[in-house]
Design a protein around this ligand. Sequence first.
Ligand SMILES: Cc1cc2nc3c(=O)[nH]c(=O)nc-3n(C[C@H](O)[C@H](O)[C@H](O)COP(=O)(O)OP(=O)(O)OC[C@H]3O[C@@H](n4cnc5c(N)ncnc54)[C@H](O)[C@@H]3O)c2cc1C
Length: 422
Amino acid sequence: MRNKRILVVGGGPAGLMAAGQAALSGARVIVLEKKSKPLRKLGITGKGRCNLTNKAPLTEFIKRFGSNGRFLRSAFDHFYSDDLIRFLKKLGVETAFERGGRVFPLSGDAGEVADALLKWARGNGVKIRTGIRVKGLIINENNIAGVKYVNLQKSETAGEYIADKVIIATGGASYPATGSTGDGYRLAESAGHRIIPIRPALVPLETRGDVAKRLQGLSLKNIGLKVMADDKKVGDIFGEMLFTHYGVSGPIILTISKIVVDLLRKKQRVFISIDLKPALDEKKLDIRLLRDLNSHGNKKFRSILKLLLPQKLIPVCVELTGIPGEKLCHQVSSAERKKLRLWLKDFRLDITGHRSFNEAIITAGGVCLKEVNPKTLESRLVKNLYFAGEVLDIDADTGGFNLQAAFSTGCLAGASGAEKST
Ligand SMILES: Cc1cc2nc3c(=O)[nH]c(=O)nc-3n(C[C@H](O)[C@H](O)[C@H](O)COP(=O)(O)OP(=O)(O)OC[C@H]3O[C@@H](n4cnc5c(N)ncnc54)[C@H](O)[C@@H]3O)c2cc1C
């Protein structure tokens, strides 16, 4: 029996893993990549250091994907973080782990991972065609037969590739300059698949007024943060955030952004409440404030704020609490002290919007999981059509979870696609 031909649409981590795996199992594999180079996005992951995966145990790992995480169980059973670490070691990429179980290449260079993956795939016989944008699927009687493409390097000449199987690994719609412009959703839709509406996730948020702009560049560590929607608490988190010219960013903001984006879409009024002193409850904080004010009775209120706050926050604190900065500490009334205490525990910023897909680390939504077999990643609607990576309706928090999902689904789609290949 002749070896089957598999086309992989998209040369990201999911696509290359699928391609290399399928070729290893005996299939003739071609990767069709729109950009002039594959793995563009992988190269910028983890600020160029590539947070590959996470050492979290499987149940914890799955939870990071929310309710859709269960879909990934078979893919993770097939190829999990330990397998990825071993696989990379064989390719000569040593890894190291950091706080929160995050795994990085020891070299701290995403390029090393990209080069190793490409070399491995090519070494297994995978052909990589760049500058090829797949723009349609050829489907005969519910069976995939190939793809239609345009060659971006040859004045957009059109053509077709015939294949026994097609794996769609086109990524999401975020950071479109890397090539992920949402084409996979349109291809899946043309095959009859439902697309869960896509939204930017792990995305910075915009705030009302000029407070954030005045604090631009200020990073707050070890703060508590609550997300409030129509005055009800919908989430809380502890960690680090950053002010920008348009609003807020940084690790905990990215983590809560998915809930916030969904609340804003439902037209709810959202604000964040920052607890600048999470280690002190109100009583302890009051004792501390009283002590600071008493022991600096003849100093200006503004000047003792540096004992409590970073410099940039002082004018904002004076303005928002309404306590005159020039007032002497012994003149600060107990009502004013209360105002200060409440503000330190509940510094509010109204969220007016979120940044676009251009700045979103991941895309929420995508190919509806009900229409894909989780054991093989084959479409339940069109035979021999598979999906892998971010094009599926899966997304997780930062920490290496998203790349592992891309590698795991790629590996499973490649292996199951090649299963009946010889
Ligand atoms: C700035 C940034 C930092 C990140 N850091 C991390 C991190 O440290 N850890 C982590 O786990 N995750 C991280 N992520 C997320 C992670 O990069 C993605 O989840 C992952 O790349 C998804 O892999 P993929 O193969 O599904 O898609 P992609 O990597 O997006 O690859 C898809 C490929 O398909 C190609 N393509 C698209 N349409 C077509 C078409 N029509 N024809 C041909 N080719 C096409 C694209 O050009 C692209 O090369 C980060 C993302 C960003 C944007």
